[in-house]
Design a protein around this ligand. Sequence first.
Ligand code: TMP
Ligand code: ASP
Length: 239
Amino acid sequence: MKIKRLEKVYEGKAKILYATEDPALMIQYFKDDASAFDGVKKGTIVDKGVINNEVSNRIYKHLEEKGIKTHFVEQLSDRETLVKRLDIIPIEVVLRNVAAGSLCKRLGIEEGKIFDPPILEFFYKNDDLHDPLINDCHALIFKWATQAELDVLREYGYRINSLMITFFKERNIRLVDFKLEFGRYKGEILLGDEISPDGCRLWHSETGEKMDKDRFRFSMGSVEEKYREVYNLVCSDKN
Ligand code: TMP
Ligand code: ASP
């Protein structure tokens, strides 16, 4: 069946969501636009949209096979995927296996320290406030989620992290940290958004080279090349 793309419902920094004729489904369109530090730094990463669409779908299919419920329905084109329309919970769930990024700054920890068990953090999804770190009390008092939902976010976060560590390890990639977003759909909590080099820290298992958005954030060069490398490592066994 040909899915018709209707009006734009939401435009974020890296993606656009369009309505379809089915109110329960939307089209997620991946742009090449890149932003960092809550929109302070802006740019373009050529073909990022195509790469992130392919990489994320490859991962969501793998997670579905392992029993994780996601918003993924089907890929429609190189930049478009049909997804279930979620009521997004405004909490970013971050899993950390190795110290990097904001955790190092916040707690004075040296980059590279291994966390076993991993660290799970909740952030309030709000760019104007710079996505502040929160705990369960904030989420409950401000009604961003119920306790039952927070429990699901935590359980899903840890399970997805274990699955992703193995998935990336088999492809010569070390999963340092990553961010997940979830939403409500017909009485269930589903994994939404995307899993791609935009929202993960991915280091090459052998060389330690950074292959994610940190290259853009910190103007390290070879951004497109490293995104492409992740695509090749993740999607080469696509069929
Ligand atoms: P952080 O170290 O900046 O807190 O980021 C942790 C992980 O979450 C990292 O892999 C990047 C990802 N992330 C996003 O995808 N979006 C965001 O807005 C932020 C702050 C982090
Ligand atoms: N995703 C956020 C932004 O677009 C933060 C980041 O990735 O650094 O600004």
